[in-house]
Design a protein around this ligand. Sequence first.
Ligand SMILES: [Zn+2]
Ligand SMILES: [Zn+2]
Length: 401
Amino acid sequence: MDPSSTSPCELDREFAPQIAQLLAAPPLQSAQEYYDRLIQSGKHDGIRVNFSSKHGKGVCANKEFAEGDLILKDRILVGAQHSLNKIDCTVCSYCFRFVGSIEFQIGRRLYWQSIGSNSDCTNRRHYHGSDAGSSASSSGATKENSNTLPEEALRSLINGNLSLPFTDHFGLPRVVACRGCEEERYCSQSCADSDWETYHSLLCTGSKTDPSRRSAIHKFVEHANGTNDIFLVAAKAITLTVLRYNKLKRQPQKNTDESNFSLLMEAWKPLSMGFKKRWWDSVALPDDVDFCDEDSFRQQIRDLAYTSLQLLKDAIFESECAPLFSLEVYGHIIGMFELNNLGLVVASPVEDYFIHIDDLPDDEKEEAEKVTRPFLDALGEDYAVPCEGMCSFFLSSCPPH
Ligand SMILES: [Zn+2]
Ligand SMILES: [Zn+2]
């Protein structure tokens, strides 16, 4: 984009020097120390990040991540399930494991599917500026399906009054609710607590949250769901940093010795390691946009990000972390997710379940299918939709080479 076009964001000007420091590539030595500490503290056997100023950063792993691999939660820095995928798969908001039971997964999805088919589904096209953030790629729930089951049966599946055969072979962790809202679910109390401390306490829309803040969070989330859910994962990167900042600030020795900005730099460190560019400068020009309209296309994307940022600021702005809420930093965080473009995919146990039924000896299969067949038919060809989302990793957010 034309660099002379001035930013609409006041904070970009007010905090220009701090923003430059936040966005500067970390010195090689500090990055190496950070990764060495991270690898020592975690379970990253066999992975070492090597640095050289010539080749930049690269993860040397014994094995490459294959598409569809379940990535361990301790490697995820920030991740989020795609908004539309939440209809198809109910997973832990922190570690992305499927939760509840096979019956709960099937019942909940068919329930949402039946609601979806009764309402207008045409408004599901998502902003085309970014493949990384587009949630339009997921969801079998958007398809027409004539095999609707009685709502009563679906409710029984969800609340555990109706069991399907052989699901005891596919036990899933019990659903643990968020202490505040009903939107987030977890596989364990420890995931619920970790999510709360790491990201969610600032974004929870539960009854304990101040009503004006709650409605501001809702507006931000609605805008993201209606345009591009990459904003949701960017917001988590910001809450991660603000919460780390607050934690550092509570340590008495830190509070006296260090300036607020150096604490913010420290809090930002995990994100400082990711390769970043402004989102509106890094998205590929879509085929249907004429080359001569490129400037206005990129300006539109910047404006979209700015609208999202203002809604986010209405909800969670913290003046001591003000540089984080600049359009320049927000744009770079979104650009980081766009560029690294790491898809989060967790295979569905519902798929394994129906494969198990299909592999049963003929007589058992026939018996089981009397119960399971209507549900499989209702789910349709997309019965095996995996959990899909986007994320950034501690160890692999490297510049493309
Ligand atoms: Zn979990
Ligand atoms: Zn919550």
